[in-house]
Design a protein around this ligand. Sequence first.
Ligand SMILES: *[C@@H]1O[C@H](CO)[C@@H](O)[C@H](O)[C@H]1NC(C)=O
Ligand SMILES: *[C@@H]1O[C@H](CO)[C@@H](O)[C@H](O)[C@H]1NC(C)=O
Length: 428
Amino acid sequence: MVAGNGLLYPLLGFASCVVFIYISLGDLTLYHFEEPKMAFVERNGTRFMVDGRAFYVNGWNSYWLMDQAVEAFSRPRVKAMLQAGAKMGLTVCRTWAFNDGAYNALQTSPGRFNERVFKALDGVIAEARQHGIRLILSLVNNLQAYGGKTQYVKWAWEEGVALSSSNDSFFFDPSIRSYFKNYVKTILTRRNSLTGIEYRDDPTIFAWELINEPRCMSDPSGDTLQDWIEEMSRFVKSIDKNHLLTVGLEGFYGPSRNPEKLSVNPEAWATLLGSDFIQNSEISTIDFASIHVYPDNWFKEKELEDKLKFVSKWVISHIEDGDKVLKKPVMVTEFGLSNKNKDFEPSHRDKFYKTIYDIIYESARKNGAGAGAFPWQFLVEGMEEYNDDFGIVPWERSSTYRMILDQSCRLAGIGGQDQSKGILKEIC
Ligand SMILES: *[C@@H]1O[C@H](CO)[C@@H](O)[C@H](O)[C@H]1NC(C)=O
Ligand SMILES: *[C@@H]1O[C@H](CO)[C@@H](O)[C@H](O)[C@H]1NC(C)=O
């Protein structure tokens, strides 16, 4: 699977001659290498559209693509994963477009970037395009992995401009806000060294995601996070009008809107995280809503059947919000079942996946807001150190694999795609 003759090598090799052409021609045409045609994904009400047709997403998470593309030894994993995703009929991968201050960081300090890592991200995007895969690119982490809020706050202290040591000052400190805006601007206007296309003009990017799983517990009213999302989403749109934008929410209901929905939250703590699914997703510069689903993390003791009941209620409730309140698509951008559960069996995970896939399909079939789902997370073989208790190599278990293919086929069917062509012909 993971052969060393990856497509990225010729692409990266080509980069040096692109630089040459670039220097000699200045800003005139760069070059065109043959790549699959792709249109921007658009939105019409609760549905995504591509080329005038509804587009339902069978997607997946592989957060590690840029990280693995930096070093030659791990780079073939990127191609292997994207190729395998395409073979499963998957169309969108959600991944990290950030690494703030950690090992092989993209942003090494505020406003300073490692060109070698940027080239790795260029390579991920170029490679995705080759396989007809689009990307949801997340711009920062609420959690500490790969830097996150904590790293931004640390930088502000090191530069002597921090207002507070709270990690949540990421959201309210004006200096940190300008660090982040500067980061966003650099990414959006980055010219891909392999394709010559600025990221903001590249239809390979399905959408930007402002922040992975934002929480601002220091302000449970939700005002601080709401204000940050408003400002940052306006900022993204001022630079990039081509792409869709989402927040990166887990989906918890907050106190400010729809108090009758609070009972759908897993437990009372979820109301106090400073986020509010409805209020945050309603912002006009946010194009679609997201939820995550982690019953193992959200409940201490619950049997599988009860977890699945919660999962149904959780996903259906948010799709209903998309239909009735937000009038925007809703995607399950992460869902995972832990293999650390007592009595865990892989068949439990199949049931869990199926529960979510079925709800998305049923909504999509009726032109509803349920627009896609992304398991957390897929890996290729030999990546044990990148796994958590949720990851799978999808082709290692045939029942899981078949279920993923079936979801690709039935969603493509609703989107009116020709199943007698390309990969769909092989798998459907
Ligand atoms: C958007 O959706 C509405 C309702 O389904 C439809 O009438 C309209 O033609 C669509 N617009 C475009 C541009 O597809
Ligand atoms: C910020 O978050 C990090 C990581 O979770 C934690 O170690 C640190 O104590 C937090 N800082 C403050 C001031 O709470």
